[in-house]
Design a protein around this ligand. Structure first.
Ligand SMILES: [Zn+2]
Length: 180
């Protein structure tokens, strides 16, 4: 059991039977760390609660971080405050590794557990939190709603040499007019 608690401090994988053996079948993890794969300026901070409910895990979190994103328009990096408030039920099924019975009719509503884990297996809080945070990432990443992006810069770059050529042509024409 001591080993079990040591792992919890570092958001390591949680052995599901160990969780069930706890008096309240519950662990609350204090989150204050960077997550692999998520480019964040600050560590992710918040809480993650896992309750063993017999045949399912009830997992919930409230967390936030400042992540570094790349603007879709101007390609500049910018900071974005990411907050997540999520809850999910994870079904514990011994057959979770096996293929789901195709003839089994299951009515899936939003509240029903859709993910499954083996009751003898592990729950990975880092991976779960990463998924929840990823879901909160904006579909369109813009440094600013009014970002003009590269379009203006490209337009200027294209216009300038043209202007110079027109100017050269213009001065040539003036020169010719004077000579005539
Ligand atoms: Zn931008």
């Amino acid at each position: 059991m001591e080993e079990f608690f040591k792992g919890l401090e570092r958001m390591e994988k949680i052995h599901i039977p160990g969780l069930e053996a706890l008096p309240q079948h519950t662990v609350v993890l204090e989150i204050d760390e960077f997550l692999l794969g998520l480019d964040s300026l600050t560590p992710i901070q918040g809480q993650l609660q896992i309750i063993h409910q017999g045949n399912y895990l009830q997992v919930s979190t409230e967390a936030q971080a400042i992540v570094t994103l790349k603007c879709d328009r101007c390609l500049q990096q910018y900071n974005h405050r990411l907050t997540v408030e999520a809850a999910e039920l994870i079904w514990l099924s011994p057959e979770s590794d096996a293929a789901v019975e195709p003839n089994l009719e299951i009515e899936v509503t939003l509240d029903d557990p859709v993910e499954t884990l083996s009751p003898q297996g592990y729950f990975d809080p880092q991976d779960w939190l990463y998924q929840q945070l990823s879901l909160q990432l904006p579909y369109r990443q813009l440094c600013d709603q009014n970002c003009e992006g590269l379009m203006e810069e490209i337009a200027q770059q294209v216009e300038q040499p043209l202007d110079r050529r027109w100017a050269a042509l213009e001065s040539l024409r003036t020169q010719l007019q004077h000579e005539i």
